[in-house]
Ligand binder design. Structure first.
Ligand code: PMP
Length: 317
């Protein structure tokens, strides 16, 4: 269960998270001209730490440049500081999910009506949710969606642009209506792009393979974390195109995202992947990931060391 924190950040102030304060004319709502992030903070023996918050906010600020969103705190450092302050105020018990949202707000005087980015004011809000971490590797059953990942000449794929999530919502909704947990989308050329909110990895002949970052998928921060940790642990990771058949015949398939962490895809469109249960490689990758996010050096057999540069402490005030 997600528990909304009592306080939120909204346009320069800390306010009650319950109070609806946006005008109905909010442009981001009408045109999807908003960008968001999903950041996790994990509690371990030495307190709460944000995981790779700098990389998440750097990605958000790049997306803001794309949408001409300028009227918000302009540096990664400021955004991280606001988030730390908000987490202190909300004092969640366990792990936390942080949701910053930057969006176009309203036409400035003199701007003609229309779907414009320039001449429209901007806003930033941040909300936090208690988000307990599942213990074991999650097992998900996916549908191969008929919806395609919009190509990069249709939507900037590197940015988490709110409007772009309509494709994800259609694909996820259809998959769930048909009894699956999630959907995997192909790109225009029929290669695997990503899941609705996660990147895809396959294990083939013991080697990890993930679609390359060619501009047609969101280069996930969890994807980067997993590639880095697995290579450090001596595993081979290739970034090369995957076809649907490559997934059907893989030993294992797993998804990576901030929200899902490492989730094993045990079936795809009614076919079991590998043994039809979470496999050993996904379990090992999940253990490496856990070590990194909880700032703890793992015991063998998972191995792995914590990386302080990925963690921002949220010390109680
Ligand atoms: N692809 C899409 C479309 C997503 O929404 C997400 C979640 N942000 C990801 C991939 C994974 O990104 P990350 O690992 O940075 O959470």
């Amino acid at each position: 269960q997600l528990g909304l924190g009592a306080w939120a950040y909204d346009r320069g102030e800390f306010v009650s998270a319950q109070a609806p304060r946006l005008p109905l004319s909010t442009q981001g709502l009408h045109y999807g001209t908003a960008v968001f992030e999903g950041i996790r903070a994990y509690r371990s023996h030495d307190g709460l730490h944000l995981f790779r918050a700098h990389e998440h906010y750097a990605r958000m600020l790049r997306a803001c440049r794309m949408l001409r969103i300028t009227g918000i705190p302009a540096t990664v450092g400021e955004l991280v500081d606001i988030t730390v302050e908000l987490l202190r105020m909300n004092a969640h018990d366990g792990d936390v999910y942080v949701r910053p949202l930057a969006h176009k707000l309203s036409l400035l005087p003199g701007t003609p009506p229309g779907v414009s980015l320039a001449g429209v004011s901007d806003a930033l809000s941040i909300t936090t949710f208690g988000y307990p971490t599942a213990g074991d590797v999650q097992e998900v059953r996916c549908a191969l969606s008929a919806w395609r990942r919009p190509p990069r000449d249709t939507l900037p794929a590197q940015a988490k642009i709110a409007g772009g999530y309509v494709t994800s919502a259609l694909a996820c909704d259809e998959a769930r209506a048909a009894g699956y947990d999630d959907a995997i989308l192909l790109d225009r050329s029929g290669n695997v792009a990503e899941a609705t909110t996660a990147n895809v990895f396959a294990v083939r002949d013991g080697v990890l393979v993930t679609p390359p970052d060619t501009g047609d998928l969101l280069p996930g921060i969890t994807r980067d974390t997993v590639i880095t940790l697995c290579r450090e642990a001596g595993m081979t990771v290739l970034e090369r195109p995957l076809s649907p058949a490559d997934l059907y015949t893989a030993e294992e398939v797993f998804l990576t995202s901030t929200g899902k962490e490492v989730a094993s895809v045990v079936a795809l469109s009614g076919r079991d992947i590998g043994s039809g249960t979470a496999g050993p490689v996904a379990a090992r990758v999940a253990a490496l990931y856990r070590t990194a996010v909880t700032a703890q050096d793992a015991q063998e057999p998972a191995g792995g060391e914590s990386r302080p540069e990925w963690l921002t402490p949220v010390l109680p005030s």
